[in-house]
Design a protein. Structure first.
Length: 277
C-alpha cells in the first residue's frame, strides 16, 4: 500500500522551502502559505492534496500496464530518481535529455536497438573479427548509448506520462510531451509556472531530502497500481481455468455418450417444439 500523506513528514523533509521571494512566479501564489526571511513557504496541506491527486492518476496508469517516464537531470535528483524508478520497474532519464526523445521516438528506438545489435555481435563472435581499433570504437559507442539510453531500453513505445523534477531544468522534455498530449506530473517550486504541467506537486525541488520524500510517495502509488494489475491478471487466469473446466465437464465422455445415444427422432421433436415456441 502507498504511504499515507503525512504533512509532518513533508515538513521534516523540507518540502515547504520555496525560493527567494524576488525569484517567485506569481502563478504559484495559490500554493504559497507565507513569506519568511525573504523565502516563500509552500502550503504543505495543498502539497499533500496534490500528491494524493497525482498518486491516484499514476496508480491507474500503472494498473493499465503503461509506462511512466521519470525525468531528472539535476545532480541532487539523479541518483534518487534512478533508484526509485528502478524499484517500480519504470523507465527514467537522468543524463542529458536526448533531443527528440518523444517527438522523434523512432530514431531513439533505433539507437536502443543498436545496443542490442552490438550485444549480439559479442555473443556470436562477430565482434572479435573486427580490428582492434574498430572494437574500441564499438565499445565506446555501446558505453555512450548505455549511459544515455540504457534506462529506457525496455520502453518499446511512447510513455503514457512523464514525471519531472524541476520543470525549469527539464523544459525541453515538457515541451515535447505537450506536443504529443502526454500528461506531465511534476514537482513545481515557487520559481516555476505550474500551468506548464497537468499534475502539479508544489514542493522544494532542490533539496535531496524533499525529492526523496516526494518520489517515495509517488513510486509507492505506482507499485500499488502494478500490484493491482498483477492481482487482476491472476483473477482473469483463474476465470479462464474455470471456463476450461466447465467446457471439459460438458465434453466429458459420459455426456457425449448420452448425446450419441439419444434417438434422432427425439432430437427432431425437441427442435420442432422450440420452433413452435
Amino acid at each position: 500500500m502507498a504511504n499515507k500523506i503525512d504533512v509532518k513528514e513533508l515538513l521534516e523533509a523540507g518540502v515547504h522551502f520555496g525560493h527567494m521571494t524576488r525569484k517567485w512566479d506569481p502563478n504559484m501564489a495559490p500554493y504559497i502559505y507565507m513569506e519568511r526571511n525573504g523565502i516563500h513557504i509552500i502550503n504543505l496541506y495543498k502539497t499533500a492534496a496534490k500528491i494524493e491527486e497525482a498518486n491516484e492518476a499514476m496508480k491507474k496508469i500503472a494498473a493499465s500496464g503503461r509506462k511512466i517516464l521519470f525525468v531528472a537531470t539535476k545532480k541532487q535528483a539523479k541518483d534518487i530518481v534512478s533508484e526509485k524508478a528502478l524499484a517500480c520497474n519504470m523507465p527514467y532519464i537522468t543524463e542529458r535529455w536526448p533531443g527528440g526523445m518523444l517527438t522523434n521516438f523512432v530514431t531513439i528506438r533505433k539507437a536502443v536497438k543498436k545496443m542490442a545489435t552490438i550485444d549480439r555481435m559479442k555473443k556470436d563472435g562477430t565482434f572479435m573479427t573486427l580490428s582492434k581499433k574498430e572494437r574500441l570504437q564499438v565499445d565506446r559507442l555501446r558505453a555512450k548509448l548505455e549511459k544515455n539510453l540504457g534506462s529506457i531500453a525496455d520502453m518499446s513505445r511512447l510513455p503514457a506520462a512523464l514525471f519531472v523534477v524541476d520543470i525549469k531544468a527539464e523544459h525541453i522534455a515538457i515541451k515535447e510531451a505537450q506536443k504529443l498530449n502526454i500528461p506531465v506530473f511534476a514537482m513545481v517550486d515557487t520559481n516555476s509556472d505550474p500551468r506548464e504541467v497537468d499534475y502539479v506537486i508544489p514542493a522544494n525541488d532542490d533539496a535531496s531530502k524533499s525529492i526523496d520524500k516526494i518520489l517515495t510517495l509517488v513510486t509507492d502509488a505506482v507499485k500499488d497500481g502494478l500490484a493491482n494489475r498483477t492481482s487482476e491478471k491472476e483473477g482473469d487466469e483463474a476465470t479462464e481455468v474455470e471456463a476450461v473446466e466447465v467446457v471439459e465437464a460438458v465434453a466429458a465422455p459420459e455426456v457425449v455418450a448420452v448425446v450419441e445415444e439419444t434417438p434422432v427422432a427425439e432430437v427432431e421433436a425437441t427442435e420442432e417444439t422450440k420452433s413452435e415456441e
